[in-house]
Write a protein that binds this ligand. Structure first.
Ligand SMILES: C[S@@+](CC[C@H](N)C(=O)[O-])C[C@H]1O[C@@H](n2cnc3c(N)ncnc32)[C@H](O)[C@@H]1O
Ligand SMILES: Nc1nc2[nH]cc(C(=O)O)c2c(=O)[nH]1
Ligand code: SF4
Ligand SMILES: [Mg+2]
Length: 216
């Protein structure tokens, strides 16, 4: 059984594949925050910009097996795009609480490339085509290799230097959107991220372009 908060077709807004049309599957639940505002200040991840409670979002629901969820997600991909490789991004919440080899295989069988956005604290199943890890300063990172490391910046307890020697192909700083958590102290994230990237060119800037575009 899989619990999905919402699923939608949009453009990847972040990281190395920014701009790529993608089906997003947002799983319910996370291991670093309950999702309830009253628990935010005491959680391991405090700046989350996402509602991942329940299954009541667009195209959300509970799916009995991998075949049913894969069929549901594949229906969100537009027809008539013969030259595009279909692309699904599993996110959440924390997708590695639910994503398994059966679902990856079912998406591959439908022609999809499979991407994952994870906090990197849980083991990843085999077969993921694009792994994006976004470390959270207060949580132990157990995934130390992948395609892109996308660090929300600044996090006082997660300086970029801690991650710079890990085995990733791309290193991104993503300015923290302080609105969800009503964070008002500290340096402005965009200016701080820009300055850090210019001073440490291993790191590239990732903007959350979907927010600028006003899309999901
Ligand atoms: C909502 S998370 C879901 C996937 C997974 N739990 C994770 O944290 O990577 C998706 C992406 O949004 C980023 N993110 C969450 N809150 C953010 C914020 N306030 N500002 C910028 N990025 C944020 C996360 O770091 C992650 O890269
Ligand atoms: N357009 C768009 N791109 C995204 N990339 C990662 C997202 C996420 O919430 O994991 C996300 C999202 O929520 N929307
Ligand atoms: S950003 Fe990711 S790890 Fe942090 S609470 Fe949100 S879903 Fe969980
Ligand atoms: Mg998001």
């Amino acid at each position: 059984m899989y619990s999905v908060k919402e699923a939608f077709y949009s453009l990847q807004g972040e990281g190395a594949r920014t701009g790529r049309p993608s089906v997003f599957c947002r799983f319910t639940g996370c291991n670093l925050w309950s999702g309830r505002e009253r628990d935010r200040a005491a959680s391991l991840c405090r700046f989350c910009d996402t509602d991942f409670i329940g299954t009541d979002g667009q195209h959300g629901g509970r799916f009995a097996d991998a075949e049913r969820l894969a069929t549901h997600l594949a229906e969100l991909w537009p027809g008539g795009t013969e030259r595009a490789v279909p692309y699904v991004v599993f996110t959440g919440g924390e997708p590695l609480l639910q994503l398994d080899t059966a679902l990856i295989a079912a998406m591959h069988a439908r022609g999809f490339e499979v991407a994952v956005e994870t906090n990197g604290t849980l083991p990843a199943p085999e077969g993921i085509d694009w792994l994006c890890v976004s470390p959270k300063g207060r949580a132990e990172l157990t995934i130390t290799r992948g395609d892109e490391l996308k660090l929300v910046y600044p996090q006082p307890d997660a300086p970029p230097g801690r991650f710079a020697a890990l085995e990733f192909r791309h290193f991104y700083l993503q300015p923290m959107d302080t609105r969800p958590a009503a964070i008002t102290d500290g340096e402005p994230p965009l200016a701080a991220s820009l300055a850090f990237c210019l001073a440490h060119p291993q790191w590239h800037l990732s903007l959350q372009t979907h927010k600028q575009l006003g899309i999901d």
